[in-house]
Design a binder for this molecule. Structure first.
Ligand code: UDP
Length: 244
């Protein structure tokens, strides 16, 4: 990312990307609400070749007790990648990257979750990445939001997420693994569509001010598409007789 030499053609002369998509075309996204019997809420997402399962537990007692807050509930998030989720086996020990992604997902969800309604308790979000192909933090954040709603946790809004980026000097939507490795920029965005607020914004790479604005616009538009699929997942479970 950001200066690494591209060894593959990321965009052909017709503006088609390495996986055949157009510049503003997301990968195939499938979201399912529910599925885990022992969790209070759960979801499963396929975001291109990413496959991620999320379980939500709580609000429940906090252990150890001194970690609880008398004024509000707390949110705890664990993002975990299975060793088999990537081509080269990942060490099962928690990596710095997993700790960072757990933190950014927690902070991206906090503005949406009404934790103040549940003082002294914790809501735990467990994210299991079964297969990774670039953009797992956005896919995981999207799925975590659905799992929280599935658990009946009161929320101000959903958080939908997708990455914008830059390859071959062109702003694109939904960066895949090849584009992440060999492209020029990757900008994950988490967005609350009704409140019109961004809760996650990261940037790996270099953009001009114009490209930066365009990435935000393309990313926010992408989040609105993702939000429709989050609503569909919840509607299918609760109103479509397709749920568990
Ligand atoms: N990845 C990998 N091995 C690792 C960590 C990541 O192959 O130990 C791949 C995986 O496909 C991931 C991608 O690199 O989705 C990009 O990782 P990044 O840290 O940018 O986070 P993400 O884009 O998944 O949010």
């Amino acid at each position: 990312m950001g200066g690494r030499e591209a060894t593959m053609v990321l965009m052909d002369e017709n503006g088609k990307r390495c996986d055949g998509r157009t510049v503003d075309e997301p990968r195939r996204i499938m979201i399912k609400a529910g599925g885990l019997k022992n969790a209070d809420g759960s979801s499963y997402i396929e975001f291109g070749d990413n496959k991620i399962l999320v379980g939500v537990f709580g609000p429940r007692d906090v252990h150890p007790k001194h970690m609880s807050d008398t004024d509000t509930g707390i949110l705890r998030v664990r993002y975990h990648m299975e060793p088999f989720s990537v081509g080269e086996r990942k060490n099962p020990a928690p990596s710095r990257r997993e700790i960072e992604i757990s933190k950014v997902i927690k902070e991206a969800l906090e503005p949406a979750v009404m934790l103040e309604k549940f003082p002294r308790t914790a809501v735990d979000v467990f994210i299991e990445v079964l297969q990774a192909d670039g953009g797992t933090r956005c896919a995981a954040l999207t799925a975590a939001s659905v799992a929280l709603a599935d658990a009946g946790i009161p929320m101000r809004d959903m958080v939908a997420a997708i990455a914008a980026g830059k390859v071959a000097d062109t702003v694109i939507l939904d960066v895949n693994n090849e584009e992440d490795q060999a492209g020029q920029a990757d900008m994950p965005i988490g967005y609350m569509p009704n409140l019109e607020k961004i809760t996650l914004l990261q940037l790996d790479g270099v953009l001009t001010p114009e490209e930066y604005k365009k990435c935000i616009q393309v990313g926010v538009d992408g989040c609105k598409l993702v939000y429709e699929l989050q609503k569909k997942a919840l509607n299918d479970k609760y109103f479509g007789n397709k749920g568990d």
